[in-house]
Design a protein around this ligand. Structure first.
Ligand SMILES: [Zn+2]
Length: 105
């Protein structure tokens, strides 16, 4: 299990796969599988059988978690995909920073 520096609600950019270049917000992190669920990314089409409430059935689109290696954090300051650094404040508080522009994240 890899400890990710990403957090829920972080803005990320997809750097590999069919959604390469797209950006989205992290909805959920799956630490066990090293995947993140990102809003609007990695949609799959699912065929839905007709049910009592939905007699039509048809095709629904659903987001699937994407592997951490395929995303990079998008810095809110320099707007570039970046690696995240960690540093300790004098207070002992751990903060994240952008390795491109050094802004706190
Ligand atoms: Zn930055």
């Amino acid at each position: 299990m890899v400890v990710t520096k990403l957090k829920k609600n972080d803005e990320i950019r997809v750097i590999a796969g069919k959604d390469k270049g797209k950006t989205g917000k992290i909805l959920k992190i799956f630490k066990e599988t090293n995947r993140v669920l990102v809003q609007g990314i990695n949609f799959i089409k699912k065929h839905k059988k007709p049910t009592q409430n939905d007699r039509q059935g048809g095709i629904v689109q659903e987001e699937r978690p994407i592997h951490l290696s395929k995303v990079m954090l998008l810095c809110s300051s320099c707007k570039k995909p970046t690696r995240v650094g960690r540093k300790f404040m004098e207070s002992g508080e751990k903060i994240r920073f952008c390795k491109m522009c050094n802004a706190d994240l």
